[in-house]
Design a protein. Structure first.
Length: 146
């Protein structure tokens, strides 16, 4: 079981340079753990691609169907007070945006604050650095393009 940031979920929904690597990771272990807001972040990414003309209507429908199927099987970390405490500490420790701090806070809550040996799947450079500093094994080892 691995924690997935939204940045690594999006390549499962739309074709990007990092899609093959992210697809291989989910095939290795399909037990995906995500933050409650991941569906919002992924939908935002999809709609941005639609508005920018990168994703057509057919692609949008396919991507939304894949996202819906993923949501049916992933484990979702819900908002709670002790998770907010992790997140506030993260904001004081790492230069992250609020949404990224919530992702990392959810991952820390998921592992009971003991990230050693736990994998954090992420493509965002700042969030990768913060997750690594917190003690997660960040996957992939090297950031992927896209």
């Amino acid at each position: 079981m691995r924690f997935w940031d939204a940045s690594a979920i999006v390549p499962l929904l739309v074709e990007e340079a990092s899609s093959p690597a992210c697809s291989a990771l989910v095939r290795e272990d399909a037990r995906v753990v995500v933050w409650w807001g991941t569906i919002v972040e992924c939908t935002s990414a999809l709609m941005r691609r639609v508005r920018d003309g990168v994703l057509d209507r057919q692609g949008e429908r396919l991507s939304e169907r894949i996202l819906s199927e993923l949501k049916e099987v992933w484990v979702e970390i819900l908002p709670r007070e002790d998770l907010r405490s992790f997140t506030l500490r993260i904001l004081r420790t790492h230069p992250l945006r609020a949404s990224d701090s919530l992702q990392l806070g959810a991952a820390l809550w998921w592992c009971g604050g003991l990230p050693e040996g736990r994998e954090f799947i992420c493509l965002d450079r700042r969030l990768r650095e913060a997750a690594s500093a917190e003690g997660f094994t960040v996957v992939p080892e090297e950031p992927l393009p896209g």
